[in-house]
Design a binder for this molecule. Structure first.
Ligand SMILES: Cc1cc2nc3c(=O)[nH]c(=O)nc-3n(C[C@H](O)[C@H](O)[C@H](O)COP(=O)(O)O)c2cc1C
Length: 504
């Protein structure tokens, strides 16, 4: 008994000695930090408030993760609020997506869309499947696109391997296309078996020669891959117009360096423009060359700022003949997303889609090119009402990047430009990727796409048309400064000659 007692006492003594040692170590650490803080000259807060000042940086970092859970209201966060995100999460999980009691959306702010329900909505049995749309009638292999809603450009590099795998499998299951982004076609894009839109950025990753020009032979080989259905020439994206793609050095792994033909571990920065495209003529020449070599429909992606160049482009198309036209234009919003961009460009350069989409559609109509050139729209169109608005304005398709990131489990931690994405979507850290199981997330991608297409249909039926592509401008009203709404067809009248005066 006394032996046991003595044993217990000596354990307690050892523990208390350890405790005293740890406390001493803690005091020593605080003292060292104190001296470092008061003597360093680069951070004012730490110099004025030694040790305590360090918590500011910790809390600032943690705040990115936690404010959405504790402090933010349902409709107040940016870039996406909780209501928008939760809708995607629930759609992707396939759980009940109805809400109770009443809307939490304030319907009075200027710009709010309100759809015009009709007294006799489309009966379920009269609802029609969404009609497919042919893109590129003059290409050797036109593409028949079935889904209104598709996956926007995000490169392998910006995204992790499991994320791309989940997207490609989910896209195949949902029957939607997957845009590769500017980082080239990786084996993971192809593995799922989905239709692929291959994006050519300013660095021409995937088809570049040693000087950064397009290598026709490489393009031919890539286009011969049966899954590759269209080519998108990227002029700009909303988050960074006038700036090339940026892939931080930490994300340039050996494999990505191999796919892109660039040095491993070094930041990969694309030219800020296609050096060979400096006019409407150059643009049409490049588009026609790509289409001739690949045999595929070719279009371009751009965020709209100045718009006089569109008139020049459309006039030149009419001179050359409509076969020469791009097969589609992807209009990206000035507030689009990215893996990494300077804040000045991400915030304040390029028109938002609410302004640019009607502008582009109306110009196409004015030049009689609306049927020839398909319009794809992107930029925060991740809930059914956003997509239905775009269809009412005149888009043929809606693309989403961040919507599909939410379907993959993104929590909007805003870490895409580092290698620290906590959900494994935009990191190449294997430990963080472990949580993202492609088979499970592919199902979510499919369910999200299916639910989007279905609920856009629900809005269409409420407006009295049998399918989403029959939505028109008069089906959507926009709230004005005086809180009263005006129909889109009054805001943007559907007549030739209504095109605003050009700028350039
Ligand atoms: C992580 C990430 C990577 C992206 N990479 C590309 C790219 O390679 N090429 C491109 O044209 N756009 C890229 N984008 C922009 C998207 O394709 C899209 O145009 C933009 O985010 C707007 O759509 P969203 O609001 O649905 O995200 C990227 C966006 C994100 C979030």
């Amino acid at each position: 008994m006394s032996e046991k007692f003595e044993g217990a006492v000596s354990i307690l003594q050892a523990l208390s000695a350890l405790l005293v040692f740890l406390i001493g170590l803690g005091i020593l650490a605080v003292a060292v930090m104190y001296i470092i803080d008061v003597t360093q000259t680069s951070q004012t807060v730490r110099r004025n408030f030694p040790v305590v000042g360090r918590f500011r940086y910790l809390f600032e970092h943690l705040g990115e993760f936690f404010r959405q859970y504790f402090f933010a209201l349902d409709r107040e966060e940016m870039p996406f609020n909780r209501a928008q995100r939760s809708w995607v999460y629930r759609a992707a999980k396939g759980v009940d997506n109805t809400v109770a009691f009443g809307s939490t959306l304030n319907l009075t702010p200027t710009g709010t869309p309100i759809f015009v329900n009709c007294p006799y909505p489309t009966l379920d049995e009269d609802a029609a499947p969404t009609s497919p749309v042919t893109i590129g009638p003059f290409a050797r292999e036109p593409y028949e696109a079935k889904s209104v809603f598709n996956i926007s450009a995000m490169s392998y590099g910006a995204l992790s391997r499991p994320a791309v795998l989940a997207l490609s499998n989910g896209a195949r299951m949902a029957g939607i296309w997957l845009n590769t982004g500017e980082g080239g076609v990786s084996p993971w894009h192809l593995e799922g078996g989905a239709d692929i839109v291959y994006q050519i950025g300013t660095a021409k990753y995937g088809v570049r020669d040693d000087n950064g020009n397009i290598d026709d032979e490489k393009l031919r080989t890539l286009a011969a891959e049966s899954q590759v259905k269209m080519i998108e020439l990227k002029l700009s994206q909303g988050a960074k117009p006038g700036k090339g793609g940026i892939l931080p050095g930490e994300k340039v792994t050996a494999e990505i360096a191999g796919i892109r033909h660039i040095p491993e571990g070094e930041a990969s920065i694309s030219p800020n423009r296609h050096p060979e495209i400096n006019s409407a003529s150059d643009l049409l020449d490049t588009i026609n060359h790509l289409r001739e070599v690949s045999g595929l429909p070719v279009g371009f992606k751009s965020v709209i700022g100045a718009y006089g160049w569109l008139d020049e482009l459309f006039e030149e198309i009419l001179e050359r003949g409509i076969e020469s036209a791009p097969d589609f234009i992807t209009v990206d919003s000035g507030d689009g997303g990215t893996g990494a961009a300077p804040m000045s460009l991400i915030d304040n350069v390029g028109l938002p889609i609410r302004e640019s989409l009607p502008l582009v559609v109306d110009r196409l109509k004015h030049y009689g090119l609306r049927e020839r050139i398909r319009v794809i729209s992107s930029g925060k169109l991740l809930n059914p009402t956003d997509a239905a608005w775009a269809l009412c304005v005149g888009a043929d398709f809606v693309n989403s990047a961040r919507g599909f990131m939410f379907a993959l489990g993104c929590i909007q931690a805003l870490q895409c430009n580092k290698n620290t994405c906590p959900t494994g979507i935009t990191t190449h850290d294997r430990k963080l990727q472990r949580g993202l199981v492609p088979a499970d997330k592919a199902e979510r991608v499919k369910r999200y796409a299916d639910t989007m297409n279905k609920e856009i249909g629900v809005i269409a039926h409420s407006c009295g048309v049998p399918e989403p592509r029959r939505l028109r401008r008069y089906h959507c009203r926009i709230v004005q400064d005086d809180c009263r709404s005006v129909p889109l067809d009054e805001l943007y009248p559907d007549v030739a000659g209504a095109v605003p005066v050009t700028n350039s």
